[in-house]
Design a binder for this molecule. Sequence first.
Ligand code: C5P
Length: 232
Amino acid sequence: MNKDVIIACDFASAEATYAFLDQFTDCKPFVKVGMELFYAEGPAIVRELKRRGHKIFLDLKLHDIPNTVKKAMAVLSGLDIDMCNLHAAGTQEMMRAAVEGLTREDGSRPILLAVTQLTSTSEERMHDDLLIEGSMSDVVTHYAQCAQTAGLDGVVCSPLETDMVKRACGQNFLTVTPGIRFADGQVGDQVRVTTPVKAKTLGSDYIVVGRPITAADDPIAAYKRCIKEFVL
Ligand code: C5P
């Protein structure tokens, strides 16, 4: 399994994104494009980042009726992205439709991940607002198993949930984990954080790192530190 560091390009415009990425003169990092940037710039930002040689995780977290998700995934597949995602809460039927829509004529498709429960959702809110009973661990495990049954490749989860997901779904089922901070860095609004080196120990396949790199005084050094701690 190829471990990699994915930089969360949480910028408001294409200009800001290119200005940031232009600093990386000797490598082409794997980047994550989220809702803010995609809604601001549309598919053009994805095409341009691809043209520049970046791998792309398009983080749009689809959740709708199966037919709509299938058609939307077919559009995303045509953008030649490398990774995308949806909410497992959309049901196994929706996830199967997503796999179908995403699969190209030659049988290839981007990596498809499921969001189980957002890491911003506490167990209490899940019980009281969503009326989902059971522990957070049981719900995350069950959603991951549903995603696997539907044919998905893995989940986005907390690094602290990686081991649990791997035990339930096997080592080859991918875990892509945000919530990464350097041991000597700012935590910001993230709550359950781990360092790149700890995420590696816990078994994450990819770490998603935003502000520890994008807001660093020296983003290149911060990225290389992530690679050193997590990949090498
Ligand atoms: O700046 P920071 O490293 O906190 O960025 C983390 C990125 O991962 C953000 O783009 C955030 O939206 C995303 N993310 C997350 N937690 C999740 C899912 C996605 O932090 N559960």
